[in-house]
Design a protein around this ligand. Structure first.
Ligand code: CA
Ligand code: CA
Ligand code: CA
Ligand code: CA
Length: 137
């Protein structure tokens, strides 16, 4: 816990100074796996996305809405090592069909991509594949 708190402080400082140095590999799988079982469930993964600021990373213009164009840019940037069958089409993610991805829709879509073996849990190997791809570690 102490490690996490220290890092979040550093992260906030980085954000305040408009630095992007926040995502430098300080986030460990153990930080999210609060119940210390074998995997991240939906809730734990959602917390990870929120704390990392993943939605904000994809929201290029910062208007708190994710358009199809921004989604396409994000896919190119972050899902390069995944098969396109893993992430599918924007319309698959946009559950309510309003042409935008809410943070919730985005979280569900991301969970589906990262959960490579489709067992509704994010194992550490899946997390590592996603995190390494995303942040180039
Ligand atoms: Ca867990
Ligand atoms: Ca946007
Ligand atoms: Ca939507
Ligand atoms: Ca899995």
């Amino acid at each position: 816990m102490k490690k996490t708190n220290l890092f979040l402080t550093a992260c906030m400082a980085a954000a305040l100074s408009f630095s992007t140095s926040c995502a430098t590999g300080e986030y460990a799988y153990e930080d999210w796996n609060r119940d210390a079982d074998a995997a991240l469930n939906d809730d734990e993964f959602d917390t990870a996305l929120t704390d990392i600021g993943y939605y904000e990373n994809w929201d290029d213009d910062g208007d708190d809405l994710l358009t199809e164009e921004e989604w396409g840019l994000g896919v190119n940037e972050y899902f390069g090592d995944y098969d396109s069958a893993d992430y599918g089409l924007f319309s698959d993610w946009d559950i309510d069909g309003d042409g935008m991805l809410s943070e919730e829709e985005f979280g569900e879509g991301t969970f589906g991509v990262v959960d490579d073996n489709d067992n509704d849990l994010i194992e550490e190997s899946e997390y590592d594949m996603w995190y390494d791809d995303d942040f180039g570690l």
